[in-house]
Each structure stands twice: as structure tokens, then as C-alpha cells.
Design a protein around this ligand. Structure first.
Ligand code: HEC
Ligand code: HEC
Length: 381
């Protein structure tokens, strides 16, 4: 493969990833934020749907992402390029059988709950391993009494509300958090060994624009209230589905600590866990009609260090993990200057180098572009 082709791949991979373009990473939820009169179903939008009928069309690509993560395969394992509707590959036909089998297993054995998924058997392989693997390690003698089947107790842990309160204090207090309403951040996005300039514009509530400057042009992910989109140099502007918007919006809001209580309606403390050598409280953030998110707060510093959220697809949940690091103080508020977004497909890190807060940003900066952003913006930043 030429370097050029590699770059193209990388560009679209990152675009998709940064976006959370959910096309690829998808944030599916049971109910859209803004009810749409009649959301189109897969068979109304796609050409050859036989199993996943009746499912909202915006869940098809996330379901495909779930399959690729579960089998450790790429799209071309089952599809011909630019002819996704064709059934030429046997693997695609097998996949249909597998879907039917999986739905039947869950229906017949688990009251229809999604307990068995492609990943449950495949574990990242084209063909599941069906015989236990022989250990490469020395045997270990485990004393019977060491094996505990008890759920860890939450009795001696602080309450969810207490942990959230401590977090607000730890980053500078509710007053300081309220005073910050806009942010302009510049830094570097790193994927593997490649680095690209990145710029983030944010305005509370729920407005955010992330621009990654790839050699071939800018890739922009925007969210503006109930609207979200993604534009890449090579493609037209892609509108996010309501569930994608929801995910992008939640990610945006998490950077304004005082919005946390507005995103989640309840915080339920789950357990204490070791994370990067520190103890962290794991708190379940509950929301209406959407999968909950796990929020990790460092026990010592009180800071938010990780968010683990997932989006539903007809086949299973697609997880996204965001780790926040390098908190720095500005205007009385501590803000993470580095975050890593990780998905089954890979991860990237954004390191902020410069930040300005409370600089007025016009609302129209967050308006969805009519043409691809790369054409509008040529400032190399
Ligand atoms: C393991 C096999 C497999 C993999 C890998 C896979 N798909 Fe699919 N895909 C299917 C099957 C099966 C269907 C048809 C589903 C049905 O009939 O309900 C489908 C349908 C589709 C369709 C609808 C086509 C049409 O017009 O009918 C699109 C688009 C699609 N896949 C995109 C993708 C993308 C993008 C990827 C990679 C991210 C991908 N698929 C990976 C098996 C796969
Ligand atoms: C209950 C376990 C189980 C589940 C769940 C499962 N599979 Fe499979 N799958 C298998 C086994 C076992 C094989 C290998 C059969 C063989 O060796 O011929 C297989 C084979 C396949 C193959 C053929 C691979 C190849 O290299 O030819 C595809 C494609 C596939 N599965 C897709 C899926 C998809 C997509 C899902 C989720 C919708 C899924 N499977 C769910 C057990 C499972």
C-alpha cells in the first residue's frame, strides 16, 4: 500500500473516531433526543436488509462496527467495496445466519435480553476458539478460602452525590465552574506515531467544534444543541443521528464540570477500583432512556479521570472510554489538558498546548456548514 493510501485510511479512521462519528462509533440510544416523526428503518434506507429489519436506520452502521470489533475483521471481510448490498461473499451470508442464531439463543434462553452477542463467542477472532487454551504459565495453588464470591460492599464508600460534590470542589468549586462559558484550545492529536494539529472551540451549553488539520484537509466534528455533523475533506457533510448527537453532546458537556448534574439524573456509587496505580471511585451516571455511563473519580485528587460509556446497537453495545489527564488551572478552574479516546477500533490522544477561556465566541461559529469545512477554513492554525 502506498503512503498516500495509508494516509487516506488514517484520515478517515481518525475522522470517524474523533467524531465519534458515530457512523462508526455510534451512539445509539433507545430513544432519540428529539423525537423524529417517523425515523426511517434500515430497509427503507438500505438496499438488501433481510435480518435487521425494522431497526432505525441510524443503528445499522453502529451494528456493523459492533461486528467488526467482535470478529477482529474489517468491512471487506464480508463486503465488496462500494457494493455493500451485494451478497457475493460467503462470510456475509454466514453473518446473517449468525444474527438469526444469536437472536434465537437470547429469545429462547434469556427472555430476549442481549446476553449472548457476537463477541461472547468470537472474542475478536473470525472463528471462535472452541477448545480451552492450555496455559503458558506455571500452575498456581489457590487456597479455597481466597476465592470470594461476594459482591464488593459499597457500605463504606461515599455516596454518589458526595463524590460529585468533592469533584466540583477539587476542580475549583461550583462558582469557578459557572464562570467559564467558552474555551478555545489548541494542541496536537496523536494516533500511533502520527501527529496532527487540533483545535477545539467550546461554548456552554452543548456547543463544540473539533477541527483536526490533516495534510489532505480539515476534518471537523461539530455539535450544536440538537444538531451534530462531521465533515471530512473527501466527503460531504454528514449529519449525525440523534443518538450520535447525544454522545457528542455528552462528551462536550463533560468539559464543563457544572453541567454534570444536568447530563445525569442520578449518581450511583458502584465500587472502588485500581486505575493507573490510584484508587478510583466508580460511579454509575444514570440517564433516561440511554445506557448509563461509568464515571471514575480519583479518590485522592477527587478529579474525573475516566468516562466509560456505551451505545446500544441491535447486536450489542459499542463502548467508548475517555481518560482525562494533565489537569491545569486557569481562571480558578482545573481542566484536563490531555484526553485519550479509546474504542475497540483503536485510540487517539489529544494534548492541549494553549487554552483561552471566556473569549466571546459567536454562535454562528458552531453553525453547520453548508459545504465541507475544509473549503471554508484554510487557516493552518
Ligand atoms: C461479518 C460480516 C460483516 C462485516 C465484517 C460487516 N458487515 Fe455490513 N453487513 C453484513 C450483513 C450480514 C448485512 C446484511 C444485514 C441484513 O440482511 O439484515 C450487512 C449490511 C450492511 C449494509 C447495508 C447494505 C445494503 O444496502 O443493504 C451496509 C451499508 C454495511 N453492511 C456496512 C458495513 C460496514 C461499513 C462495515 C465495516 C465497518 C461492515 N458492514 C462490516 C455483514 C457484515
Ligand atoms: C454461540 C456462539 C456464536 C455466536 C453468538 C456468534 N458466532 Fe459466528 N461463529 C461461531 C462459530 C463456532 C463459528 C465457526 C464455525 C466454523 O468453524 O465453521 C462461527 C463463524 C462465523 C463466521 C464465519 C467465519 C469464517 O472465517 O468463515 C462469521 C462471518 C460469523 N461467525 C459471524 C458472526 C456474527 C456477525 C455474529 C453476531 C451476529 C456471530 N458470528 C455470533 C459461533 C458464534
Amino acid at each position: 500500500m502506498t503512503l498516500g493510501a495509508n494516509r487516506m485510511l488514517l484520515t478517515s479512521y481518525v475522522a470517524v473516531t474523533v467524531l465519534g462519528l458515530s457512523a462508526i462509533c455510534g451512539a445509539q440510544s433507545a430513544q432519540p433526543l428529539t423525537p423524529i416523526p417517523s425515523p426511517k428503518t434500515t430497509e427503507q434506507v438500505y438496499k438488501n436488509i433481510q435480518v435487521l429489519k425494522g431497526v432505525p436506520a441510524d443503528q445499522l452502521i453502529p451494528a456493523m462496527q459492533f461486528i467488526t470489533a467482535s470478529l477482529g475483521a474489517q468491512c471487506d471481510f464480508c463486503h465488496l467495496e462500494n457494493a455493500f448490498e451485494k451478497d457475493d461473499k460467503e462470510t456475509k451470508q454466514t453473518a446473517r445466519k449468525m444474527m438469526r442464531m444469536m437472536f434465537a439463543i437470547n429469545k429462547d434462553n434469556f427472555d430476549g435480553r442481549q446476553e449472548v452477542t457476537c463477541y461472547a463467542c468470537h472474542r475478536g477472532a473470525h472463528k471462535p476458539v472452541i477448545t480451552p487454551i492450555i496455559s503458558q504459565e506455571e500452575g498456581q495453588v489457590v487456597a479455597e478460602e481466597k476465592i470470594s464470591h461476594e459482591e464488593p460492599s459499597t457500605a463504606d464508600l461515599p455516596s454518589g452525590d458526595q463524590i460529585i460534590g468533592d469533584y466540583l470542589q477539587a476542580v475549583g468549586g461550583a462558582e469557578a465552574a459557572k464562570r467559564v462559558s467558552t474555551r478555545i484550545q489548541k494542541g496536537t492529536l496523536t494516533v500511533g506515531s502520527e501527529h496532527f494539529p487540533v483545535e477545539v472551540l467550546a461554548k456552554a451549553p452543548a456547543k463544540r467544534l473539533t477541527t483536526v488539520r490533516f495534510p489532505g484537509g480539515d476534518s471537523v466534528t461539530g455539535v450544536n444543541g440538537d444538531e451534530g455533523w462531521l465533515s471530512t475533506p473527501s466527503r460531504a457533510v454528514h449529519d449525525m443521528s440523534p443518538s450520535e448527537v447525544d454522545a457528542a453532546r455528552t462528551d462536550a458537556e463533560l468539559f464543563f464540570p457544572n453541567r454534570l448534574k444536568l447530563i445525569f439524573k442520578e449518581f450511583r456509587v458502584q465500587q472502588k477500583e485500581q486505575l493507573n496505580g490510584h484508587q478510583a471511585y466508580v460511579v454509575l451516571g444514570i440517564r433516561d432512556a440511554r445506557p448509563p455511563a461509568q464515571l471514575y473519580f480519583d479518590q485522592e485528587s477527587g478529579r474525573l479521570v475516566r468516562v466509560l460509556r456505551s451505545v446500544e446497537t441491535p447486536l450489542g453495545r459499542n463502548p467508548t472510554q475517555i481518560d482525562y489527564e494533565d489537569y491545569r488551572e486557569d481562571g480558578g478552574l482545573k481542566t484536563p489538558f490531555r484526553w485519550t479516546v479509546a474504542r475497540p477500533s483503536g485510540r487517539f490522544t489529544i494534548q492541549i498546548e494553549q487554552m483561552q477561556q471566556n473569549v466571546p465566541i459567536e454562535d454562528d461559529k458552531f453553525a453547520k456548514p453548508a459545504t465541507p469545512h475544509s473549503i471554508l477554513q484554510h487557516d493552518p492554525g
